[in-house]
Design a protein. Structure first.
Length: 117
């Protein structure tokens, strides 16, 4: 599975950005796609995830501000980020989990999101 991420950039606090990630290759019928982020000196953390059935999960820090969605036909996941804060600044990584037990894990290249105060 290959993951190609798009989006990211520099935005002022309170602004919005949209990330996209397209998966290609041997895509499982049942999978979970999501976004993680890693700020300098910090561990990588889950931002949001969405299953093929539409079940979503969000980190508490982004609830109400970020929305994850997906296009199953295009194997693409989106992350709409609103009301961005400087603490959202990080490299954002697309993630795919599929196969039996969702044990096949793949990562896309990171895309930088920088929020200025």
């Amino acid at each position: 599975v290959q993951l190609q991420a798009y989006g990211g950039g520099l935005v002022q606090a309170g602004g919005s950005l949209r990330l996209s990630c397209a998966a290609s290759g041997s895509i499982s019928n049942i999978n979970v796609m999501g976004w993680y982020r890693q700020a300098p000196g910090k561990q990588r953390e889950l931002v949001a995830s969405i299953a093929t059935a539409g079940n979503t999960h969000y980190a508490n820090s982004v609830k109400g501000r970020f929305t994850i969605s997906r296009d199953n036909a295009g194997n693409t996941v989106y992350l709409q980020m609103n009301s961005l804060k400087p603490e959202d600044t990080a490299a954002y990584y697309c993630n795919y989990r599929g196969g039996s037990g969702l044990l096949w894990i793949y990562w896309g290249q990171g895309t930088q999101v920088t929020v200025s105060s």
